[in-house]
Design a protein around this ligand. Structure first.
Ligand SMILES: *Cc1c(COP(=O)(O)O)cnc(C)c1O
Length: 349
């Protein structure tokens, strides 16, 4: 791998513990190119603009997919990643569905590890802080016809972040628009999924909500996800989350939360869950918790659910609530503070 380091680090003078989410990027980035049937030109270079033809196919037809992960600094100074090969595998699930070239594990992991070694001083320390990592793959043919690209660019950029949400979320059940449908691309991290969600979300924001709860495209009866998070409920001490399928993104945080709940002998159900069941649980007092799970926020508590013009205020979360305990346990695992019995933590250096 070719490595070209910057001679002007932007780090001196920056307070990386107090940056806005996702706006300041570390000194370097990783790139690899796929052309003529093979990956080549793996390199780390100073973070900077790309030069692309205006005919690059990704700009026109959306062959563009991404991943999201985080790196943490342990109390003893190690650089840690959480389940990175799961992100690599999921990138390739997305690549297959979008008819794109897959990225081999060696290229993904070598690029990631080398980039983190070089930019490790960009990892912020302290509660809720980490280095957010954005691997992405884009089609780069200079061709305006609609067909799978023959050339691709794989990149990794990183940005120091703090807490994603600073308050429990007010979410609104969406019954007009939908995020995903059977046979569609909701289960993959394809760029277009996020662009199309912005308009419905902006309408919910006008009504005073932070995010949407997406429901199934056919009946708007069953809940699916909230924003870019998987959705979980605790009803009558049972942890319930929608089952994976075409319309649900297989979150790594989701899987980790379910695994910990099962370790703790909590009853877990992966199945369809209707909005009516949630409202019933609210009225009967059996609905204890609702929260979203995802890399950016880890656990996002939900305080209010808006549905059919009514606003349901959920019971207050305490440190003993399942979502608080599981969020803390995940944080402790990712920062190397507790034993990693599932082999989730990857030590970079
Ligand atoms: C990324 C994402 C998630 C969360 O996945 P994690 O692996 O936990 O970060 C959930 N839903 C959608 C739609 C996503 O894009």
């Amino acid at each position: 791998m070719e490595i070209k380091k910057t001679s002007h680090s932007r780090l001196p003078g920056l307070d990386i513990n107090n940056l806005p989410f996702g706006k300041v990027f570390s000194d370097h980035m990783f790139l690899a190119e796929y052309t003529d049937g093979q990956w080549s030109k793996s390199r780390i270079v100073p973070y900077g603009d790309l030069q692309l033809s205006p005919a690059s196919s990704m700009m026109h037809y959306g062959q563009s997919i991404f991943e999201g992960m985080k790196s943490y600094r342990s109390d003893s100074g190690e650089v840690l990643l959480f389940r990175p090969t799961d992100n690599q595998k999921r990138l390739n699930v997305s690549a297959e569905r979008m008819a794109m070239q897959d990225v081999p594990e060696e290229i993904f992991m070598e690029g990631l590890v080398e980039l983190l070694r070089i930019d490790q001083n960009w990892i912020p320390t302290g509660d809720g802080r980490s280095l957010y990592i954005r691997p992405f793959l884009i089609a780069s043919d200079n061709y305006i016809g609609v067909k799978p690209s023959d050339s691709y660019l794989f990149l990794i950029i990183t940005t120091p972040v703090g807490a994603y949400y600073d308050h429990p979320l007010k979410v609104k059940v969406e019954k007009t628009f939908f995020r995903a449908v059977e046979g569609g691309v909701g289960f993959v991290k394809a760029s277009g999924n996020y662009g199309r969600s912005l308009y419905p979300t902006s309408l919910a924001k006008k009504d005073g909500y932070d995010q949407l709860i997406w429901t199934d495209a056919r009946e708007h009866k069953y809940v699916e996800e909230s924003g870019t998070m998987n959705l979980m409920f605790v009803i009558d001490d049972v942890l319930i989350t929608p089952k994976l399928g075409d319309t649900i993104l297989a979150g790594i945080t989701r899987d980790s939360v379910l695994t910990l709940a099962r370790d703790w002998k909590m009853k877990v159900e992966e199945r369809k869950i209707s909005v009516d069941e949630i409202v019933e649980g609210f009225h009967s007092g059996k609905l204890q918790e609702a929260f979203g799970t995802g890399t950016a926020a880890t656990i996002a508590h939900i305080s209010n659910i808006g549905f059919d013009g009514k606003d349901y205020e959920l019971p207050k979360i305490t440190p003993e609530s399942f979502s608080s305990r599981v969020g803390k346990m995940l944080d402790d695992i990712r920062r190397g503070r507790v034993e990693d019995i599932h082999g989730w933590v990857y030590k970079v250096c």
